[in-house]
Design a protein around this ligand. Sequence first.
Ligand SMILES: NC(=O)c1ccc[n+]([C@@H]2O[C@H](COP(=O)([O-])OP(=O)(O)OC[C@H]3O[C@@H](n4cnc5c(N)ncnc54)[C@H](OP(=O)(O)O)[C@@H]3O)[C@@H](O)[C@H]2O)c1
Length: 245
Amino acid sequence: MSSLKDKRIVIIGGSAGIGLQTAKEASRRGAKVVIAGRTLERLKTAADEIGGKVETYQVDATTEAGIKAFFSRVGPFDHLTVLVPSAPDKSLSSKLGLFLDMEPATFDTVFRNRFWSQCWAARYGAPHMSKEGSIVFMSSSQPRKTIPRYSASCAAAGAIESLARILAIELAPIRVNVIAPGFIQTPGTDHIPPERRAMWDKIAQAQPVKRLGEVQEIAEGMLFLMENGFATGTTLDIDGGYRFT
Ligand SMILES: NC(=O)c1ccc[n+]([C@@H]2O[C@H](COP(=O)([O-])OP(=O)(O)OC[C@H]3O[C@@H](n4cnc5c(N)ncnc54)[C@H](OP(=O)(O)O)[C@@H]3O)[C@@H](O)[C@H]2O)c1
C-alpha cells in the first residue's frame, strides 16, 4: 500500500501538465489532493479529470501575500509541491534572451515564477505540515548545463536547489527534496517559439534517451520523493541523460 494513502497533498500548479499528472497519480494511490492555480475554470476541469474528492483553490503563487493567505485557508496537510513555470506564457517566453539583451525586469519575473513562488510556499506552508510530510521543489537540468539564453531560469533553479539542502536540515523531520526534469512535452510547452522548439528537438536527439520526457515519468519521480521516508536533501534528475550531453 502507498504511504500516501489518506495523506493530504498540496499541488500548486496542479491544474495542468506535470502537476495535473502528479495529482491524478497521487489520487490513484489514495491521497487527498488539493490543487491550486490562477484560473478557476482550469482547476474545475482538472478536478473533473482527476475524479474523486479533489479540493481546488485559486492562488497566484508569485505574490508573498497570495501564498500566505492561501496556506491559512488550506490548513493542515502533509506534502507540498509548487510548479509555476519560469515562463508560463508566450509573451514572457519571447522576452528570454542573452543576458545583456534581456530586460532586467524579465530576469526578475523569472525569479518570481521559479524561485520566489517555491520559497514563499515553503515559508508559509511548512508550519501547516505534518512531521511525516515532505516538500518536493521543482528545478530542472539547467543548473547542470550551460545554456545560452537560459541565464535567469538556470540561476533561479540553482537557487532553489541550494535552498532545499538547507531546509532539509532546518525543517526536519519534514523532508525536503528536489526534482530536476529534462525536456518534458506538456500542453504548457506548446507555446514555445519555433526556434526554441527546433532546439528542443535537436537536444532530444542528442541525449542518450532520444526523445522528450513524458509527464507521467516526472509524476512518478515526484511521488517517489514523497513516499520514500529516507530521502531528504536529494535532487532527483529525470532528464533522459541530457546532463551528459
Ligand atoms: N515541461 C518541462 O520541460 C519542464 C522541465 C523542467 C521543469 N519544469 C517545471 O515543471 C513545472 C510544471 O511545468 P509544466 O510544463 O507541467 O507547466 P504547465 O503545463 O504550463 O502547467 C503549469 C501549472 O501552473 C499553474 N500556474 C502558472 N502560473 C501560476 C501562478 N502564478 N500561480 C499559481 N499557479 C500557476 C498553471 O495554472 P494557471 O495557468 O491557471 O495558473 C498550471 O496548473 C514548472 O515549474 C516547470 O518550470 C518543466
